[in-house]
Design a binder for this molecule. Structure first.
Ligand SMILES: NC(=O)C1=CN([C@@H]2O[C@H](COP(=O)(O)OP(=O)(O)OC[C@H]3O[C@@H](n4cnc5c(N)ncnc54)[C@H](O)[C@@H]3O)[C@@H](O)[C@H]2O)C=CC1
Ligand SMILES: O=C(O)[C@@H]1CCC=N1
Length: 273
């Protein structure tokens, strides 16, 4: 979907806000002059304006007033203050997209009555066009709004729509997920070094192996268990490695990580800071 006539505002241009801005520009979905960003970290914002040609807004209200689509990308703890600041500048003609973990559409609608809201959970690989985003619709969001949000997140990766009661779960899985993968990657590279491979080569091989394995699942549609069996020669090396992984409880450790992050998102949704 073309967003050529839309102005996209960002409140918060930190790790995730800037990953989205950069990803959208790289994808060519919008041009820099369509982006209106506000951030209390003024110096960094001005440096962005200089480097990329986006509009650096003087405050959040200016970004809210300028934007047709306003992405809220501040920490959950700052959200109520930001909503209070922008409430007079937002009406039902705008689309609000919040990416904050644990902030419900109902909370946003309480501050912005009657305004279309989409709650999304992207992840940092949006920066390189390989993000995974799940989103849900607030009470006043229509399928036209969903199409706009899907165009934004689809331009920087894969986007799916889920029911809001699954948003904390997707936060625990794909929102936080890149961090789990980086830890696995770092460990694999360390292991490569441990068995005598130069670090840069070990990192390249480990990262490409992860990318390739993930692509195999996405592109062949095969069950990962079957793809694992294809790697595993009877009495060979892989089965020795897998035995060690199972002894170390890798599967249950990963499941515990997703469950712990989901519980934390649930606590945040329930208002615990
Ligand atoms: N980092 C990640 O992987 C993901 C983060 N998120 C969500 O994105 C949101 C932002 O997270 P990060 O980018 O990681 O945090 P961050 O701390 O890197 O960025 C937040 C930005 O908001 C700015 N800011 C703080 N208070 C502000 C205010 N009152 N008005 C305007 N700007 C303000 C900060 O200066 C900072 O640049 C959070 O709600 C988080 O739950 C969602 C998906 C993934
Ligand atoms: O750690 C966090 O709370 C955010 C939400 C998902 C990824 N980062």
């Amino acid at each position: 979907m073309a967003l050529t006539d839309k102005r996209i505002g960002f409140i918060g241009a930190g790790a995730m806000g800037s990953a989205l801005i950069n990803g959208l520009l790289k994808a060519g979905l919008v041009t820099p002059d369509q982006i209106y960003a506000a951030d209390i970290h003024r110096e960094r914002l001005l440096a962005w304006q200089e480097k990329m040609g986006i509009h650096a807004c003087a405050d959040n209200g200016e970004a809210a007033a300028a934007a047709d689509i306003l992405v809220l990308a501040v920490k959950p703890q700052a959200m109520e203050e930001v909503l209070e600041e922008i409430r007079e500048r937002v009406n039902g003609d705008k689309l609000i997209i919040s990416i904050a973990a644990g902030i419900t559409t109902t909370l946003i609608e309480t501050f912005l009555p009657g305004v279309p809201v989409i709650r999304a959970m992207p992840n940092t690989p949006c920066l390189v066009g390989a993000g995974a985003t799940a989103m849900c619709l607030g009470k006043y969001a229509t399928t036209a709004h969903e199409t706009m949000a899907a165009a934004i997140f689809g331009a920087v990766g894969t986007a799916v729509t889920v029911k809001e009661n699954l948003m904390d779960a997707v936060t625990g899985l794909s929102g936080s997920g890149p961090a789990y993968v980086y830890i696995m990657l770092e460990a694999l590279a360390d292991a490569g070094v441990r068995v005598g491979i130069q670090r840069d080569i070990a990192m390249t091989l480990a990262a490409q192996t992860m990318l390739g394995a993930a692509k195999m699942v996405l592109e062949t549609g095969e069950h990962p268990g079957r793809l694992k069996d294809m790697v595993t020669t009877p009495g060979g090396t892989t089965t020795a490695g897998i035995y060690a992984l199972e002894e170390g409880g890798l599967r249950v450790t990963l499941m515990n990580a997703v469950m712990a992050a989901t519980r934390r998102a649930q606590e945040m949704s329930a208002g615990q800071k």
